[in-house]
Design a protein around this ligand. Sequence first.
Ligand SMILES: COC[C@@H]1[C@H](c2ccc(C#Cc3ccccc3)cc2)[C@@H]2CN(C(=O)Nc3ccc(OC4CC4)cc3)C[C@@H](O)[C@@H](O)CN12
Length: 292
Amino acid sequence: LTVEMVASGSWREEKFKPYNLDALGAPLNCGHLHPLLRLRAEFRQIFLEMGFTEMPTNNYIENSFWNFDALFQPQQHPARDAHDTFFISNPQISSHFPPEYLQKVKQVHSKGGYGSQGYGCDWKIEEAQKNLLRTHTTAVSARMLYLLAKEGFKPSKYFSIDRVFRNETLDATHLAEFHQVEGVIADYSLTLGDLIGTLYEFFNKLGITKLQFKPAYNPYTEPSMEVFCYHAGLGKWIEVGNSGIFRPEMLLPMGLPEDVNVIAWGLSLERPTMIKYGLNNIRDLVGAKIDL
Ligand SMILES: COC[C@@H]1[C@H](c2ccc(C#Cc3ccccc3)cc2)[C@@H]2CN(C(=O)Nc3ccc(OC4CC4)cc3)C[C@@H](O)[C@@H](O)CN12
């Protein structure tokens, strides 16, 4: 069909095949988001719909104080060894910790307090000043909760989705870094039921409706739960994250009110992306072309 045929009316004598309105358009040769970033946008949308505010996570380098001590993770904990953590000797960022808060953290680790017996350890500030590549975004959550206490508590919901670094053995599903997705809710008298209900709401938005919870341990949450879901596509139960209620030994030294509880959960970005795109090796996710 040409302009001349339309103008002369000669198209009337021609036979045309019917439009195939189901035909795909011509492939667009243009850029597209990396699968990880597509899923990051999906998770961000879910959190925003649920009324969460994104935390500022643009500091890969953290100090041990916020990554471990503020979370009541003992200075002798194996996770603080170099075989799990990337310690940084340079730049040696001079860390200024709020003196009053630092004393409370030292106290709760060494002698206890707030109803806790503490670890009875000799807490050293030199250990807290060691710089590292953050091992979890929970270090950022600790900073945000401290600010919340300092600026006057009000019920708040925060989330973060960003890179974390673990000095671990690499294999087909583990690299030395991954993206952690974390949700945190601080409010009066929150319970484990609120955490479970929030996890159902969050995972329902991912199309996951069947969840199971298994008791777990984290130094900074009590109780803690591993979260599992039945994945119909894989035909099995899979671990989809970890969660818990932050301990008083973490929250009360910050100055948060005694009747405030903080529930939180975390998962990764890489695992759901690999499942969604049917990838078995995490190296196919970073640094290789995928047909979307
Ligand atoms: C060292 O590895 C840690 C990482 C990562 C993880 C684990 C725990 C946390 C946390 C936390 C936390 C706990 C309490 C308070 C605050 C944060 C964050 C990331 C995933 C957590 N996991 C994980 O993401 N699994 C997952 C998540 C979503 C998913 O969606 C699919 C559509 C169905 C599928 C799978 C579970 C496992 O993959 C696990 O083997 C690997 N985990």
